[in-house]
Design a protein around this ligand. Structure first.
Ligand code: ADP
Ligand code: 5GP
Length: 212
């Protein structure tokens, strides 16, 4: 059995707090890579090309899409977003763990195509709180905020396709829930393929820490 990487797909209505939670997870688990998506959305202040997204124009996105560059893509809130296929193939080949921050349409495509991975949906405590968070974040104009809150209902209606549900009311509680899922998933035998041999290693038993 060869070691596998954990592919973690996280979806939530925009403004729920998934970037916040993903950044906390990557800080505590630097072994996780982040799958940087391509988007036609304009960069927000502070966003870095190549780190938060690869920002491309519509023409370039369509050309990449038509050349089968994306493992999944979707139109979300009027912009195009896509996950580069190669990053997933590299992670699967090398056993690296990877986080995807993608919408429910993309998660559905990955679930169908990948045959592996853990799919987590994060709920806001309510649509009212979601609207407040988007307004407080201050990165979207009121019209965009309205559109994002409106779309949240459609996303929540597809939450059943996910393996785990977390409500991001209290941030630390939500983060603990997320960490618990990662911890439990990492206990699967495929993540420690050498464990039985190490336990059975006679030399380790004779010279190891249990010897007096
Ligand atoms: P997303 O990536 O889902 O669009 P963000 O991570 O950008 O959402 O979070 C949206 C806003 O809500 C940010 O200003 C963030 O600081 C804030 N936020 C995230 N989680 C919580 C929480 N549990 N309680 C209050 N505010 C939160
Ligand atoms: P934002 O514009 O707020 O960064 O993201 C808007 C939505 O697009 C979020 O729900 C986010 O998860 C989703 N998204 C980001 N990257 C991708 C991607 O590569 N594919 C898909 N399908 N959705 C994405």
């Amino acid at each position: 059995m060869t070691a596998k990487g954990l592919l973690l797909t996280i979806s939530a209505p925009s403004g729920t707090g998934k970037s916040t939670l993903i950044n906390m997870l990557i800080r505590d688990h630097p072994e996780f890579g982040f799958s940087v998506s391509y988007t036609t959305r304009h960069a927000r202040p502070g966003e870095i090309n190549g780190k938060d997204y690869f920002f491309v124009d519509h023409e370039e996105f369509v050309s990449l899409r038509d050349s089968n560059f994306f493992a999944e893509w979707a139109q979300v809130h009027g912009n195009y977003y896509g996950t580069p296929r190669q990053k997933i193939l590299d992670a699967l080949d090398s056993g690296h763990s990877l986080i995807f921050d993608i919408d429910v349409q993309g998660a559905a495509q990955l679930k169908e195509n990948l045959n592996t991975g853990v799919f987590i949906f994060i709920f806001p405590p309510s649509l009212k709180v979601l609207e407040k968070r988007l307004l407080k974040r201050g990165t979207d104009d009121p019209d965009t905020v309205r559109k994002r809150v409106h779309n949240a209902g459609q996303e929540i209606s597809r939450s059943e396709l996910f393996d785990f549900w977390i409500v991001n009311d209290n941030l630390l509680e939500a983060y603990n829930d997320l960490k618990s899922i990662v911890r439990a998933e990492k206990l699967r035998p495929c993540f420690s393929p050498g464990l039985p041999d190490r336990i059975m290693d006679f030399k380790h038993g004779v010279h190891g820490e249990h010897e007096v």
